[in-house]
Structures are given as structure tokens and as C-alpha cells.
Design a protein around this ligand. Structure first.
Ligand code: DGT
Ligand code: CA
Ligand code: CA
Ligand code: ZN
Length: 577
């Protein structure tokens, strides 16, 4: 039995493998899969229940994709996908994630040098063979070597980016929740703490019937190999080699189990010491009195923290970096939560070349999400294919004004995502930039400048009076593209002096700024802006990820600009002009 999430995952894999097959992400077939994914996500429908004609009636789904979806729902697999998987095994596909290796280069390497995996690629680099391929050369070879090194892709303890792990965990949690006898399911471990990269996924199930749960996991679509199949714990490997541990516990032990398996290990050890100091024992089954063996608490995490005479600690800060002491003293700060957020301030429409939903649909989605204000920030003209000219922006503003008239309950700001040039210069001229009510300024190119040059570049942009917030500060893609190097102290000081916001970008691929930089900025008194950088109506959910990232940087409600009431926020946004 497959779910809509399974269907989307299969289409995503088809798109990725077809990109390799066709040697281009622009190929007609790739676009067809992407449009189908976008259509399914936009519809919010359970596509496993739809007939062929109903599927085709959805936006973006053609006949051939509909056939594949039907085959998948009926049989659990797609012939085309199986063929592609055979032609492109995971070790080979993994190489396409290295910056500087596009699909064409990758297949050239395979054809000419028989490169199938990272070991063989590194051997070819060591023997200086890559540079001899047409279109490559010494510089490309060195760039690729450096990228492999900086990404830490090699070695046994390879970690998976959170953006790859989260959808897998959510699929499994959703599916497990439907099983008989299951009363609760949670992903735990580093994923629940919202770490940037994940060693393995840990899922805890509260249930009275462990065996069917174990069998369900072993037989699941995602299971390429079963590495352990016990009475209450099963471990599988996905095709990409990501391990998933699933444990079933009695419902009354769910709190103790999720607490233990969420960790971190350092947090657990500090908690256990607190228990020992009281003559108690804390483990994955509960909190016990050593002498009487009586249970003190076990059903919920909140009860266990309370019994230990502590405040509840949100999973995102369970790292033993000061939270234990604060919780014991009753001084856990008022960490920002999703409920505190009132608006989204980095938001694209199909005015951007890479935007996928219309302004009307994006605003409707913001209203449905409950936002009180939203800044529409399509790309400025300097970002070649994705940007808009001044004339196009003025037309866009008129369209947004019309939408505003129809939507009096949300304040729509006409904004822009400016592109920070290599020297810190920005799109348009100062006069036109002032037409926008809100400007995000971000780095989208020239990632290889020196730390000194990047620092000057960022500070120049921060100092511009039309800039409100710096978007995705480092420009990284976790596990795929390292961020720019810059002097963090100087940049944070510049943000503080100018009272320019630091974005916490909620896209899982980015989670930018990183948690350490956020924590330092918060300490310095820099204002944060948590944003989704949505390009499609399905991406507003990223706000929750952004909030968790902000929590990892110890951000409180008052540190975050978009928790302000609309009037206060508008006043702050205009203060610099
Ligand atoms: P990962 O998988 O490397 O990204 O990181 P975690 O934190 O998910 O670590 P994992 O999967 O090895 O274990 C899950 C949790 O189980 C961990 O966060 C805390 C708990 N745990 C594991 N080993 C120990 C241990 O030796 N002592 C204690 N107190 N807790 C442990
Ligand atoms: Ca783990
Ligand atoms: Ca584990
Ligand atoms: Zn953007």
C-alpha cells in the first residue's frame, strides 16, 4: 500500500534519474515529472485514490505520468523507475551531488574512465586523469577535489543532509501511524533535534502489537536491505544507504523512550546524573526509585522533566550547551515557536523565473496559513534568468495591489530579493530600490572569493539603506555546496550597527544562517527574520523548520522581527530609510 508521499518520492527519483539519463534538468521529461510533483503538492489530494481521468485533470499531470502513478499505486513499483535504478545505482548518483559535476560530466567520466563511485573518482583525481577529459582541465579537477574534501563525502561516517532524511522520516511516521495497535509515533535522534546532517533516523512507536510493525518496516518501499529484524527493533537501509532504526515501546513508556532516543547523548548523560543525585535511575523505560523500584515518571517527557525538578526543554536545544542549568533554575528563555510567527518576508511568485505559483495563489496560501503580513520578494534584475526588469516589477506591483484589495485581512508588502554582486553592489539604482517596501539582499554567485573579499562584499550590502535583511547568509546547500567564507564577527557587528535583519532561511537544503552564527547574532542583539523563501504554495510549511533552526540558535520571541504586530513591524522596516 503506497501513500501520496510515496508517489511524490517516486516521481522525484524519476526526475533525478531522468536528469542523468537525458543529461539535462531542462529536458521535457524531467519537466513533466516536476510539473506533476508541483501539481500533486498544490492539490493537497490523496492521489492514490484517483482514477486515470482524475489524475490527468490535476494541474501538471499528463497521460504518461498518470500511467506511471497508477502502476505504482497498483503494484508498488514503476517499470521505468526500476530500469533507471539499474542503470544508475545510488553510489553513482551520489556523485552528481558534487559541485562541478553536472550530468554530462558525470556520464563522460563513466564512459571514458569507468568511474562508478566516489573511490574510483578519487583514484582518477589522484592519477590526474580527470583533467584530460574534454571540457574539464586542471582547474576543474582541483575544484572537484576541493569540493569532495569540504563536503566530507568520503569515509565511513558519511552523514545525510536533513533535507534528504526528513521526507523519509515523515513518510514512515505517517505510514506507521495508520497501523493497528499504534497509538503514537515520533522521529527522534538528531532529526528531532533538527541537526543539519543525520547519521541515522530513529523512530519510536508506541504500540501494543510490535510484530506487525516490525514486518511492515522490513517490507516497506524504502527498505533496500534489512539489517536487523527483532521483536521490538528493526533496522533497514534505504537504497542510498541511510539507516533507519524503528523501535516499538509500550504506550506508557513512550515519553521515556522518545526522551532517551532523542538525546543528545550529552543531554541524556546530564539528565541521568540529575536522577542519580536524587537516588533515582533514568533510562529508556522511565525514571525509577533505586530502592523501591517504583516508577516515578515515564509516560510523557514533560512529566520526567518535572519529576527531575526542571522545566521542559525543547528538543532543538538538547545539546548540553547550557540548557540543563537554565531548566533547573527555571530560566529557560521564551524560545520562539511557530505560533509566534505573524508573517513571511522572503516569498516568491512566478514573477521569478524559478517561482512556480501565481501571486494570487501565493497570497491565498499565506492567508490560509494564518499570516498577518507577507513581503513578496521576487528576484531583482541582476539574477539573469530569474530576475525582473524595473518595468516588469512596476506591473507586478499593480497586480499585487489588486490582490491586496481582494484580501484586506493580510498586509501585502511589495518587496524584492536583491542580488549581492561580487563587490557588494545591488540591483537597479538607489531610487528604484526605494520603490520596494522591503528588500532581502542575498548572495547567489561568486562563492569562491576570499574570506576578506566576501566580508567586504557583505558589509557593503548591509550598509545600503534600502536593505532590510540579508537572505541565506552563507549561500550553502547542506552536503552539496559549502557556504562562502567570511569574518563572522565583523558581519554580525555590521548587522547590529545598521539594524539590518539576519535571515533564518527555513528551506531544509539551506537552514542558513547556521545555528552557531544565529546564536552569536542573538547574543549581539541582531534582529532575526525567519523566512521560507517559498517558490511554491507547498513550501510555506518550511516556516516550522526555520523556527526550529532559530531555536537551535537560542532565539527568543523578541529576537525575531516577524513575531511583531503588523504596525510595529512596519515601523521597524521603515526606520532605516
Ligand atoms: P546521529 O544518528 O549520529 O545523527 O545522532 P543521534 O543523536 O541520532 O545518535 P544515535 O542514533 O546514535 O542515537 C540516538 C539517541 O540515543 C542519542 O541521541 C542518544 C541516545 N543514545 C545513544 N547511545 C547512547 C549512550 O551511549 N548513552 C546515552 N545516554 N544515550 C545514548
Ligand atoms: Ca540517529
Ligand atoms: Ca540510531
Ligand atoms: Zn529567494
Amino acid at each position: 500500500m503506497v501513500s501520496t508521499r510515496d508517489v511524490v518520492a517516486a516521481l522525484q527519483e524519476l526526475a533525478a534519474l531522468t536528469t542523468l539519463e537525458e543529461e539535462s534538468p531542462q529536458s521535457f521529461k524531467v519537466r513533466a515529472y516536476e510539473n506533476a510533483i508541483s501539481g500533486i503538492q498544490g492539490s493537497g489530494k490523496d492521489v492514490t485514490k484517483l482514477s486515470k481521468s482524475e489524475l490527468i485533470a490535476l494541474k501538471g499531470i499528463g497521460k504518461s505520468t498518470a500511467d506511471k502513478i497508477l502502476q505504482f499505486v497498483e503494484s508498488g513499483s514503476i517499470d521505468k523507475l526500476e530500469k533507471l535504478r539499474e542503470a544508475y545505482p545510488p553510489d553513482f548518483v551520489q556523485l552528481s551531488k558534487i559541485p562541478g559535476i553536472g550530468p554530462k560530466t558525470l556520464k563522460l567520466m563513466r564512459r571514458e574512465l569507468a568511474i562508478e563511485n566516489l573511490d574510483q573518482l578519487q583514484a582518477a583525481i589522484a592519477e590526474e586523469k580527470l583533467r584530460e577529459l574534454p571540457g574539464l582541465g586542471k582547474t576543474s579537477e582541483e575544484k572537484i577535489a576541493k569540493a569532495i574534501e569540504r563536503l566530507g563525502l568520503h569515509g565511513k561516517d558519511r552523514r545525510t543532509p536533513i533535507s534528504d532524511a526528513m521526507p523519509i522520516a515523515k513518510r514512515l511516521v505517517d505510514a506507521l501511524s495508520e497501523l493497528d495497535g499504534v497509538s503514537d509515533v515520533a522521529y527522534c535522534g538528531s532529526l528531532r533535534r533538527h541537526a543539519e546532517t543525520i547519521g541515522d533516523i530513529d523512530i519510536t512507536v508506541a504500540g501494543t502489537l510490535p510484530q506487525p510493525v516490525m514486518d511492515f518496516i522490513a517490507d516497506h518501499q524504502l527498505s533496500a536491505e534489512v539489517i536487523g529484524h527483532g521483536e521490538t527493533k528493526t533496522s533497514i537501509l534505504t537504497r542510498e544507504g541511510l539507516q533507519v532504526d524503528v523501535r516499538v515501546v509500550a504506550p506508557e513508556e513512550f515519553g521515556a523512550a522518545t526522551m532517551y532516543f532523542t538525546g543528545s547523548k550529552a543531554h541524556n548523560i546530564a539528565l541521568r546524573q540529575r536522577a542519580i543525585d536524587r537516588g533515582w535511575l533514568l533510562n529508556e523505560y522511565g525514571l525509577f526509585d533505586n530502592d523501591t523500584e517504583e516508577v516515578i515518571a515515564c509516560e510523557t517527557e514533560a512529566e520526567i522533566y518535572e519529576a527531575l525538578d526542571m522545566q521542559y526543554v525543547p528538543p532543538t536545544v538538547r545539546e548540553n550547551t547550557g540548557e540543563i542549568e537554565l531548566a533547573a533554575d527555571g530560566e529557560i528563555p521564551d524560545f520562539v515557536t511557530l505560533a509566534d510567527v505573524r508573517g513571511d518576508l522572503h516569498y516568491h511568485t512566478d514573477r521569478s523565473g524559478d517561482g512556480m505559483s501565481t501571486p494570487e495563489d501565493m497570497i491565498a496560501a499565506a492567508v490560509a496559513f494564518g499570516h498577518e503580513y507577507v513581503a513578496v520578494t521576487d528576484h531583482g534584475v541582476d539574477l539573469s534568468i530569474n530576475g525582473s526588469t524595473a518595468e516588469e516589477m512596476i506591473e507586478h506591483r499593480d497586480r499585487l495591489r489588486a490582490i491586496q484589495e481582494d484580501n484586506p485581512d493580510i498586509r501585502i508588502l511589495f518587496g524584492c530579493e536583491l542580488n549581492i554582486g561580487p563587490d557588494g553592489s545591488l540591483d537597479y539604482d538607489d531610487g528604484f530600490r526605494r520603490e520596494f517596501e522591503w528588500n532581502v539582499a542575498s548572495v547567489h554567485s561568486h562563492f569562491d572569493l576570499s574570506a576578506e573579499e566576501q566580508t567586504v562584499r557583505l558589509i557593503k550590502a548591509i550598509s545600503d539603506p534600502t536593505v532590510n535583511v540579508i537572505g541565506h547568509l552563507s549561500g550553502r546547500y547542506i552536503g552539496r555546496r559549502p557556504g562562502i567564507e567570511f569574518d563572522v564577527d565583523s558581519v554580525i557587528e555590521a548587522l547590529r550597527i545598521a539594524d539590518v535583519g539576519l535571515e533564518v532561511n527555513g528551506a531544509l537544503e539551506r537552514l542558513d544562517a547556521d545555528a552557531d552564527v544565529i546564536r552569536q547574532a542573538v547574543r549581539a542583539g541582531v534582529r532575526l527574520v525567519i523566512s521560507t523563501d517559498s517558490h511554491h504554495v507547498s513550501e510555506l510549511v518550511r516556516m516550522e523548520y526555520g523556527v526550529r533552526q532559530a531555536q537551535r540558535g537560542w532565539a527568543t520571541v523578541t529576537d525575531v522581527a516577524n513575531t511583531m504586530q503588523c504596525d510595529d513591524f512596519l515601523e521597524w522596516s521603515r526606520a532605516r530609510r
